[in-house]
Design a protein. Sequence first.
Length: 283
Amino acid sequence: MRWLFVIFELLLVLVVILCFIHARNRGRSRLVELITLIVYGVILEELTILFFREYTYGRDFLLMVQDVPIGIGLGWAAIIYSAMETSDRLGIPASLRPLFDTLLALNIDLSMDAIAIRAGFWNWSNGGAWFGVPYGNFFGWICVVFFFSLTARWLRGHPPGRESIRVAALLAGSIVPLIISLGIWKEFVPDVLRGALVALILLAFLAAVLFKTKGGFSTGNPDYGLLAVPFIFHVFFLALLFTEGIYLQVPALVPISVGMLLLGLAGHFPRYLRWQERDFVNN
């Protein structure tokens, strides 16, 4: 089983390298955002484990900061960075990009998490309704991606001058509302409503994007190295589904994983759906 952890960590290093190559070509500000994302990924994991204690990571990860694998921070960074750059490339209206970023990220986790717990990468203390994963996990993903994207994009248009201030503002603007939102979720949202609330949020995000764009997207100039990032996650966990015999335990994960892969392709390459192409001004 340990070899799975080694391969997973190597893939996490690979995806963040692909993001670094892309960010280097985009300039210093993107590099700073990417590095901040890595720090953000580790900090948010430490804080959520400290405050909520609802999950733990497998002990076979090679590099860890206390209870959090460094690779998880790399994974967060790669997923969020690639989602944000994809929204920019597709010309999603600026006000809706945090919503689309969130949808792209959740597209990965809706299949990944249920497979990852069966491979031993992490464990939810009390299980959950989504094939052993609690709906709070997906609400957490929504908040993690949305608040970072929203803050980062606002700071792009309102740079504070000093890079250190920008980094501090980016971390504070992402982490503070995240912790508040998770606290509200835990204390005030009844278990019976949690699945419906997550579905409602995601459907509202999707409806807003489709309504505003009317199905039209700019194709931009795709960077295939960066575009590989989400599909490395999809393919790796889809492979685990079969090589580890997880498909025999939970057959429903097969259509879900394949479906998420196809939706991911649709989200990253919408022109192949024969939608009307339209150029938006990148903000």
